[in-house]
Design a protein around this ligand. Structure first.
Ligand SMILES: Cc1cc2nc3c(=O)[nH]c(=O)nc-3n(C[C@H](O)[C@H](O)[C@H](O)COP(=O)(O)O)c2cc1C
Length: 140
């Protein structure tokens, strides 16, 4: 089974979660800025966070460049303020759906530090949750 973990992260929160997912999946976490998908992928874990009210342009460009024929399904994850979970994962899910790429129902989101808020996040518990999410997504 071919698994990739690709993420966008400005301050390192989503990167930590991506690395936890990659650990559980047995692969490397790759930044979206340099990742390309040229071979078939059974499961692509794609992580992004909200900055200035939207996902980063690099995530949009990456999704636009994906070949739907090469990606069996995507599991979306992100970090930020809990109240913005639906926005953070929803934008990414919507962009993938527009390309006709299958997205798993389950996604993963946890707190991410921002200035003085959520200062310890993501914490060990969040990262364990990310690993469990990866194992669960791969088991289905
Ligand atoms: C410059 C900047 C802008 C942000 N803008 C938003 C925003 O518009 N809405 C929001 O909910 N969170 C916003 N956040 C909070 C981030 O989404 C949150 O800290 C997230 O965990 C960052 O993940 P990252 O470190 O992987 O980039 C912002 C954070 C930064 C640093």
């Amino acid at each position: 089974m071919s698994v990739r973990v690709i993420y966008q992260s400005v301050t390192g929160n989503t990167k930590k979660v991506a690395e936890a997912i990659a650990r559980a999946a047995g692969c490397e976490a790759e930044p979206v800025s340099t990742a390309t998908v040229g071979q078939p992928v059974d499961m692509l874990f794609l992580g992004a966070s909200i900055h200035g009210g939207d996902v980063d342009a690099s995530v949009k460009k990456f999704i636009e460049g994906l070949d739907p024929a090469l990606v069996k399904q995507v599991a979306v994850f992100g970090t930020g303020f809990p109240e913005n979970k639906e926005k953070a994962v929803g934008i990414t899910k919507g962009l993938l759906a527009q390309r006709g790429i299958a997205v798993t129902d389950k996604c993963y989101f946890c707190r991410g530090k921002f200035l003085l808020f959520n200062r310890k996040s993501p914490d060990d518990q969040d990262l364990k949750g990310a690993e469990e999410f990866a194992r669960s997504a791969l088991a289905h």
